[in-house]
Design a protein around this ligand. Structure first.
Ligand code: SF4
Ligand code: SF4
Length: 288
């Protein structure tokens, strides 16, 4: 091999980074159905067929005469409820866009709408701060490594997250925020608190995956806290188990106001993130 071979190889391959978001989004794999939709008109009153098949109790109906409630923050996207539903009320949308700003925007049905409410961008001041340069410290708080792997995919040449000015850093002192995966195991609680404290304000928190949002498959287990927002205020929730890299990238770009208006056609909220009653009261994005 000559010294020129690597250069010739690169020239032959050309640019391998996808055009998205300037070009079309890459297609989801066949077995990935995207976000779920709950058609309340088809959801028969009193039916509970989908409830027992859900591994995380993401679907509830209490009392049975009340409308069904589907929490995508708990959902593992296993499709068991879609198969179990006799009327086709629950369907995949094939839509990769799933990130939201508020926890309650992940809830479908029971008066909360039939589709999730996509995330709005940060306010102008924070977009000026983070819009072109966002440094994140990743905290793996007891996850299975699948969410972490799909976050890592964004750093590959095909996705090239750094072209948006988003990079991961080793020290929370150098970070603008945290990207948290995992349900926050008891062993990671102190580490997460210390890492959060070390990030200078104003700071962002992004919860990636069902575990980091609700505990995911570990929901209710005494050894886990049940999601990041039990400890720190969360600014962006990205559901999935794990979320597809495209879903994670969409959420990050949506938060930074980097997506074209046409890709934000769905209803979205504009309020700053609130937190669970037992969590911190002030969003980090409101500090500093
Ligand atoms: S797709 Fe989600 S809501 Fe439906 S059974 Fe699986 S985990 Fe539960
Ligand atoms: S949400 Fe699913 S994929 Fe992500 S860490 Fe938890 S179990 Fe693993």
């Amino acid at each position: 091999m000559s010294l020129l071979d690597p250069l010739l190889h690169r020239a032959r391959r050309g640019c391998e980074t996808m055009a998205y978001p300037d070009g079309p989004a890459p297609a989801l794999p066949d077995r990935h159905g995207g976000a779920l939709r709950l058609d309340m008109a088809k959801c028969t009153e009193g039916c509970t067929a989908c409830l027992p098949v859900c591994p995380t109790e993401a679907i509830t109906r209490a009392p049975p005469s009340a409308p069904a409630r589907l929490d995508l923050g708990r959902c593992l996207f296993c499709s068991a409820c879609i198969t179990a539903c006799p009327t086709g009320a629950i369907t995949h949308t094939q839509d990769h866009r799933q990130a939201v700003r508020r926890r309650e925007d992940l809830v479908l049905g029971a008066g909360a709408g039939e589709e999730l409410r996509l995330a709005a961008a940060l306010d102008e001041r924070l977009r000026r701060l983070f819009g072109r340069s966002l440094r994140l410290r990743q905290v793996s708080a007891g996850g299975c490594n699948a969410c972490e792997s799909d976050v890592n995919v964004l750093n590959t040449i095909g996705w090239d997250l750094s072209r948006f000015g988003i990079q991961f850093v080793a020290s929370p002192r150098h970070a603008d925020g945290l990207l948290i995966t995992g349900p926050v195991s008891q062993g990671m609680e102190l580490a997460l608190r210390k890492t959060w404290d070390a990030v200078p304000a104003p700071k962002l928190v992004i919860a990636v995956g069902a575990c980091a949002i609700s505990g995911g498959p570990f929901v209710g287990h005494p050894e886990v806290k049940g999601g990041a927002d039990t400890l720190v205020p969360v600014d962006l929730y990205i559901p999935g188990c794990p979320p597809h890299p495209l879903t994670i990238l969409d959420g990050l770009l949506r938060l930074l106001g980097r997506l074209e208006a046409g890709d934000a056609a769905r209803p979205s909220n504009t309020s700053v993130q609130s937190v669970r009653p037992d969590g911190p009261r002030v969003s980090p994005t409101q500090q500093g």
